[in-house]
Design a protein around this ligand. Structure first.
Ligand code: ADP
Ligand code: MG
Length: 497
């Protein structure tokens, strides 16, 4: 079960190994024997390309099915694959927020703490400061108290460094917007029960508990004068952060270790709300779209990876499109190729059978390789997978495999975005496609992988057509999440009148 953890733990950083100087000097032509060995892998590549293909009808089916599933999840809890979780957000940032607020983001490989000083409509952000701490792997499968004590002590250190001028006004506690990017059944804006851990976390004793209570207790144990005023998902805080600057933001999507999306919904369009009062008439729905699976083009490699994962049968969309898994899918394809061919030399590279040794940033580096002999690909094959020799033909096959898996992921993510937009457009014609609509994007995969981004955008344009897609702006909002959480803490401050 632990292989999911290693991927998450390794996810963010590149290998620091240095390239041996002799490598780039090695001639990289395929001998006749080598050409033979590569040709045995070629049918596997062709089969993969066929099964991962995402032509327009497949994209359309995914977008339609996702929109239908959204409706089912809005009608009743458990109505469809998408949980369509209520966030209890009743007021979006306006720009008028003022004062000192904190954001805490726990979402995967790292947690981040951020302090913002909001100056109101004119001055906006007077000051922001943040720190990032990586989560030790053992804490990702330890106890609830260990994890939350670690986070609280990180917060304590951050606060200790503050100069006096940053303290809260006398008699007030510091207020935190807590971004917690795992499926939570929210019970109010500042409480929510963990449904399950995802993304390789398997901390004991947290499921079915209020994660805000867990954090507040740990803060108390640290003797900190801090409390959580808003509990949000990273998609929700990203949306809030982006909306602070731009009223046309309607959807936020995270593509990092995992994936998720949220959007602004009319209260009238949520049958399962049943009588709850929302003053603004609008709220944010957290789709938990990672759970979607209807009609996805999957392969034997996806199925095997899913079977061996800590959550078989779950999070299939996430396992097809998000950063934690793309490298692992490619590794599985290369493993199969190495079993039937000698494309990586006469002996099978043992590292190639270790789950999650090939990481999504490795795919990205290989796809950026523009050297004639694909020297970077050669280096990564050697460094990450222990491949002692590879000819140019083998390396080309490797980059084709990367492209196939990354293209499928990016295009399906694009189809998911269109699914959300078309659901909104169907409810109020012209409300989305007839005006400027912004989709706020964040996450390491989207930010750092240019090919993935292009495939995503291309799929959106193919589905919507040139004209309509001019109105749909897909925009990276860097670090919107931390500020968004702090803004939601401000909007839900227990001191505000
Ligand atoms: P998290 O999702 O854990 O909160 P991030 O949003 O920073 O964190 O995303 C980290 C993920 O982004 C990594 O797990 C990895 O899959 C992906 N990623 C990071 N850097 C790159 C890169 N250079 N190329 C491709 N993917 C990357
Ligand atoms: Mg994140």
């Amino acid at each position: 079960m632990s292989y999911g953890l290693s991927a998450a733990a390794f996810g963010g950083a590149f290998s620091t190994a240095t390239r041996p100087a002799w490598r780039s000097a090695v001639p990289a032509r395929c001998s006749l024997a080598a050409a033979d060995s590569v040709s045995a892998a070629a049918p596997i590549l062709r089969d993969l390309q066929m099964k991962c293909a995402t032509p327009l009808p497949v994209l359309r089916h995914v977008a339609d099915a996702l929109a239908a599933d959204m409706r089912a999840g809005l009608a009743a809890d458990g109505g469809g694959e998408l949980k369509m979780i209520l966030t209890y957000v009743d007021s979006l940032p306006t720009g008028n927020e003022a004062g000192l607020f904190y954001g805490l983001d726990l979402g995967g490989t790292n947690f981040r703490v951020l302090r913002v000083h909001l100056g109101g409509k004119e001055k906006r952000l007077l000051d922001t400061e943040f720190e990032q701490v990586s989560i030790p792997q053992e804490l990702m499968c330890g106890t609830t108290e260990e994890l939350f004590d670690f986070i609280a002590s990180g917060l304590a250190k951050f606060v200790q460094k503050e100069k006096d001028k940053f303290g809260p006004p006398k008699g007030r506690e510091r207020e935190i917007g807590f971004t917690f990017s795992f499926p939570v059944k929210q019970t109010s804006i500042d409480s929510g029960i963990l449904i399950k851990w995802t993304k390789g976390f398997a901390v004991s004793g947290t499921v079915r508990r209020d994660v805000v209570a867990c954090l507040n207790e740990a803060l108390k144990r640290q003797g900190l004068d801090m409390r959580v005023s808003a509990l949000v998902n990273d998609t929700v805080s990203t949306l809030a952060g982006a909306r602070y600057w731009d009223d046309n933001v309607m959807v936020a999507v995270i593509l990092g270790t995992g994936t998720n999306a949220c959007y602004i919904e009319s209260v009238d369009a949520i049958p399962k709300l049943q009588g709850s009062t929302y003053q603004s008439g609008k709220t944010i729905i957290n789709t938990e779209w990672g759970a979607f699976s209807n009609g996805l083009p999957l392969t034997e490699y996806d199925r095997a990876m899913d079977c061996e994962s800590i959550n078989p049968g779950e999070q299939i969309f996430e396992k097809t499109i998000s950063g934690m898994y793309l490298g692992e899918i490619v590794r599985r394809v290369l493993q199969k190729m190495a079993e039937v061919s000698t494309m990586f030399g006469d002996s099978f590279p043992q590292k190639l059978s270790v789950p999650f040794v090939l990481r999504t940033p490795d795919l990205c580096k290989m796809q950026q390789d523009d050297t004639k002999d694909l020297n970077e690909v050669e280096f990564i094959l050697s460094d990450a997978l222990g491949v002692k020799s590879s000819c140019l033909g083998s390396r080309r096959i490797v980059t084709d495999v990367c492209d196939t898996i990354v293209k499928r992921g990016g295009r399906l993510a694009g189809a998911g975005i269109v699914g959300i937009l078309q659901k909104l457009e169907q409810d109020f014609k012209g409300s989305i496609f007839g005006r400027r609509t912004v989709v706020a994007m964040d996450g390491g995969l989207y930010e750092h992988y240019p090919q993935y981004r292009s495939h995503l955008k291309e799929a959106v344009t193919e589905l919507l057509g040139e004209e309509v897609s001019k109105n749909v702006i897909i925009e990276h909002t860097k670090d919107g999440s931390g500020i968004g959480a702090a803004l939601l803490a401000a909007a839900n401050s227990k001191y505000s009148t």
